[in-house]
Design a protein around this ligand. Sequence first.
Ligand code: ZN
Length: 160
Amino acid sequence: MTDTMLKVADGMVVSLDYTLCLDDGQVIDSSNGREALQFLQGQGQIIPGLEQALYGMEVGEEKEVEVAPGDGYGETDPDAYQMVPHDVFPPDMELSEGMGLRMRDEAGQPLEAYVADVSPEGVLLDFNHPLAGETLYFHVKIADLRPGTSEELDHGHVHN
Ligand code: ZN
């Protein structure tokens, strides 16, 4: 059996070249100029809509994959916005719309938020994933495929 007969299936280690665009055509992520993205198929290591579309693909095969928000980073959750008073932030900190912030929740867990609006009443924070609500357009190419080793399958991730 040659490698070219391998197909993407659960338990395969996939090396994926990809370009990710939003619906305005803006490229927001790409493996171009970097190493291909490597993951174990079937483990939910990549977003579900993309993982699903790869099944059965062979090395060298390319595909356009459109991923709806529900199969990507989720719909925008209107409850994930929170207004906080200005004095939560250091007085010399300049806040601007779209700025990313690293915060901690009550349990001390790190979480990311984006400044959605700055007004005299306070700062509106958006805790949605920055790609929530976006339809994602991937161009993918299977760069390489190999069966996962028994140890990798055991651990549920790729070893290098
Ligand atoms: Zn491991």
